[in-house]
Ligand binder design. Sequence first.
Ligand code: PMT
Length: 436
Amino acid sequence: MSQDRGRAWLCGIWFCHKASSAYTVGAMRDSSKCRVLLGVSGGIAAYKSAELVRRLSDAGAQVRVVLTHSAQAFVSPLTLQAVSANPVHRDVLDEAAEAAMGHIELARWADLVLIAPATAHILARIAHGLADDLLTTICLATEAPIVVAPAMNQQMWQAPATQANMDVLRGRGVHILGPGTGSQACGEVGPGRLLEPDVLAKAALAVIPRRQGALAGQRVLVTAGPTREALDPVRFISNHSSGKMGYAVAEAAAVQGAHVTLVSGPTHLSIPAGVERVDVVCAKDMFEAVMARAAHCDIFIAAAAVADYTPRVVAASKIKKKDDVLSLELTKTRDICAEVGHLEGGPFTVGFAAETDDLKANALGKLERKGIDMIAANQVGAGQGFEADVNALDVYWPSGYSRIDPALKQVVAYALWDIIIERMRAGGRLLSEAAR
Ligand code: PMT
């Protein structure tokens, strides 16, 4: 299979795909300029906002900046005016601004409201519907999607109050990018870093064109996360899956108008907005939950890391430490993806392949053996695939191939949907509700 480079225009961003010579991912999308209203709130990461404006502009966006009062202590309006080539907005009650572009006009102007950095304080104010400055007022007045990129001290991020606010925002369909984990300006280490401007710009812009609902009316079933296979009442066998990839796939489908059911193994993730979640623990539970729904869905995406083997017998009480060596007898689990793949008249089915070696050969083998329509292969190992925020996929289908380069899992999920939609359309399988 040759690997000529194909490119898909995504509202100003180029997602690069290597495609078979007969196939280029995605048609040229509307290349007219996306209008991004960037809200900058008052944290040390505000110094990155000038770079973020640049990255957004490089991607083709028109950018207008709203600075909160405290953000002005970290970054100068003049700097942001110069890089955005537009006046910077600061107050609701500004006579000059209201005459030119007031809060309602700004709210209507935006295709996307991006708040970066988003401090704990601004997140709390938006979650509670306050309208006590220009940025919070715009958030209430806009119909555009809102994307927030949290940045704060790790303890503040993990505080129950902040997490409760994030749940409220997530439930309202606010898109959350990050935060990243690492060393912080305060000298602590942990989650709370603003994502890098180029990563943020790409991920935020990936949201914009999705309002058109390319998956409107589609019934999508997604599996995500690990399974846990019990050994006894206190121990289990599992794997490192965090669920991030599968949850991102489910969220991206919901944003594009699908009815999404997410069958999830145990994770710490919150339910994406507009998604129905079915919680399961072991491979058998996941099998039953999927098979009860598979015949009634249009698209099935198997992103879960399902145990291939499970203990033959689960001990009724805790296994005691006795001999130096303990042998476990395991039996094969049923392959959910393969069973759905072989259903007569079943859904368009996409499996994932998690591989440490021979990515392509193993992925193609699974594509064929499981009788599925497509497989998304990812290299896994130390810091890759499992748990990480970033992923890259080699996507194979019987007659073609496409590469999704490393990006946040949310961005990768949208790019994967682009490919799925394209392939389903090519095969006449993306039917409207009326046509079904
Ligand atoms: O959850 P994250 O931390 O974000 O990590 C993402 C991921 C690495 C888990 C994800 O991208 C991924 O690769 N998921 C599939 C992992 C896996 O189990 O791969 P596999 O090659 O072992 O299985 C192939 C396919 O068969 C998968 O679609 C899997 O869901 C499916 N399968 C496997 C066994 C089984 N009994 N039933 C299945 O349906």
